[in-house]
Design a protein around this ligand. Structure first.
Ligand code: G4P
Length: 524
């Protein structure tokens, strides 16, 4: 197959949801359709999220397992599908944000009874930053839930995106009878079944047969609903979807493998194949012959006997090949990889080649950091791996003065891996670690000890937010830095960061210094 057709048939996406909406179940059913697994229950659920307050060793053990499910590749029809898994636990939200930089589209799972939840909203904001095309799957239709029209309004308002139903439920909960596939104009009748795929019927919506299948009352309700949909919503426009402005909505029940095939069939047909990517130097087209890619995730092995990491590369253009020399742009040196891995079904296996859209795992012993670029030789720097303003802060102190070097090395490497963010307070030179969740502090302490032989101690610091600041007015910037000297820090790249100890202080600073921009992500 030509390079072009290989790349065209790739669909690389992530499924995101608030914990418990059904992401794991849906993922598993998609794998089932792709023949990548044969029985339901085979995917280890990412149950991390359920132990919300922290037996984190257990969590890490499960994270270890989840390397295998970090990327799930499979073939469906003539498409090559790559699903990128995202951690369910919100303390690993930063991991999820980074994964979203490596996908070309997203499927959002919403629970019909709960509607839009906190995590869904946050993740949608990240999608919106990049205009990522999203599709929505309303799950658990076998249970009582919200009225579908009301739910659509809620999706539109809460997720701040136009929606367009492409399938429509006939009742829900106890009296759920099936969905009408608006995209393909056919009917799927509901039979609860966790393994099998239901039959699809071509039924004339205006004809008698519909009433015979679902009863007179539900037949007329469906006709009315469809009429209303056509009245209220514009004709579905793929371009609107591709530009991230319109989300097609499907209804179903992942657990019962119902409505999932409709979603998948429409998805492969309309979801984007790999898209051009912006680098600092130029836009890289996926169909270029030369290989390029960036590291979006580094997965550490928690087993102290196998201390290597896996660096995940998203191939952005051309073809990646085993044992070929590629340039590690930050280090300016050539490297080749004899054991790159790809992820097919649930197996990690060595691959000889991978194409734009694919994810390749590279064994890593500290050579990579998040955002690093690999190319066939050109000096490119991919943009768009933002760090988000963390929400929790602690001073990190050395608890074993004999191991200062180890501690520094450990901190630097963990920050390169993206475990947390480091800020150095310019006033007292103390190191501050910022995270999105409590768990990261435990992870860092544990890993410093077990991987670097260093001991750290945490000390409290009262901070509300860290934000990056910049200004076109050097005088005002200097003035600000002087006035706020106690609260000024630099991040690992030496950029100015303001540490606000309360929302009020931040607000006042924003009011008082009009020529200073306060940024809440590192990319601006
Ligand atoms: P998540 O990854 O988004 O966190 O959700 P997950 O798939 O683990 O699903 C959360 C719970 O919702 C699971 O139940 C799962 O079986 C259930 N579920 C998923 N899809 C449907 C559906 O279409 N209908 C109904 N009724 N339930 C659904 P659990 O009891 O927490 O776990 P388990 O013991 O069944 O695995």
């Amino acid at each position: 197959m030509s390079l072009e057709s290989e790349i065209k048939r790739r669909r690389t996406f992530a499924i995101i949801s608030h914990p418990d909406a059904g992401k794991t179940t849906l993922t598993e059913k998609l794998l089932l359709f792709g023949g990548a697994i044969h029985v339901a229950g085979a995917v280890k659920s990412n149950k991390i999220k359920k132990t919300a307050t922290s037996d984190w060793m257990e969590i890490e053990k499960q994270r270890g397992i989840s390397v295998a499910t970090s990327v799930m590749g499979f073939e469906y029809r003539h498409f090559k599908i790559n699903i990128l898994d995202t951690p369910g636990h919100q303390d690993f939200a930063e991991d999820t944000y980074r994964t979203l930089t490596a996908v070309d589209s997203v499927i959002i799972v919403v629970d019909t009874a709960k509607g839009v939840e906190a995590q869904t909203r946050k993740l949608m904001n990240v999608c919106r930053m990049r205009n990522t095309p999203v599709m929505i799957f309303v799950n658990k239709m076998d249970r009582e839930g919200k009225d579908p029209f009301e739910l659509l309004d809620e999706l539109e308002a809460e997720l701040n995106i136009a929606v367009r139903p492409l399938s429509w439920p006939i009742n829900q909960g106890f009296s759920f009878k099936g969905v009408y596939n608006i995209y393909k104009d056919n009917l799927e009748l509901y039979t609860p079944n966790k393994q099998k795929i239901s039959e699809t019927l071509n039924v004339d919506i205006a004809g008698k047969e519909l009433a015979e299948l679902v009863g007179e009352k539900d037949a007329s309700k469906l006709r009315e609903d469809l009429e209303l949909i056509n009245g209220v919503y514009n004709e579905f426009d793929v371009q609107e979807y591709l530009s991230g402005k319109l989300a097609p909505v499907f209804f179903g029940s992942a657990l019962n493998t119902f409505g999932v095939k409709e979603l998948l069939d429409c998805f492969v047909e309309i979801a984007p194949s790999p898209l051009p990517v912006q680098t600092q130097e130029r836009i890289v087209d996926p169909y270029e012959e030369a290989f390029s890619g960036f590291i979006f995730k580094i997965h550490a092995n928690m087993d102290p006997n196998h201390r290597s990491c896996i660096a995940f590369v998203k191939v952005c253009s051309g073809k990646f090949e085993r044992n070929v020399n590629y340039k590690h742009v930050r280090h300016g040196k050539m490297m080749r990889f004899s054991a790159p891995t790809a992820f097919m079904a649930q197996k990690k296996e060595t691959v000889d080649e991978a194409y734009a859209g694919d994810i390749v795992g590279l064994p890593d012993t500290g050579t990579f950091k998040i955002g690093d670029t690999l190319t066939s030789g050109e000096n490119l720097h991919f943009k768009g791996i933002p760090s988000f303003s963390p929400e929790m802060f602690k001073y990190i102190e050395n608890a074993d003065p004999m191991k200062t070097k180890q501690l520094d090395k450990g901190i630097n490497q963990l920050m390169d891996e993206g475990v947390a963010q480091l800020f150095i307070n310019q006033f007292n030179n103390r190191k501050i670690i910022g995270t999105v969740g409590q768990l990261q502090f435990e992870v860092i302490q544990y890993r410093l000890l077990h991987e670097y032989g260093a001991q750290c101690r945490w000390e409290p610091i009262n901070l509300h937010k860290a934000c990056w600041i910049e200004s076109d007015d050097p005088e005002e910037l200097e003035n600000f830095k002087k006035r706020k000297a106690q609260y000024m820090a630099v991040d690992k790249d030496g950029r100015d960061v303001f540490l606000a100890d309360s929302g009020y202080v931040l607000q006042m600073a924003q009011n008082d210094f009009e020529n200073i921009q306060f940024h809440f992500t590192s990319e601006f």
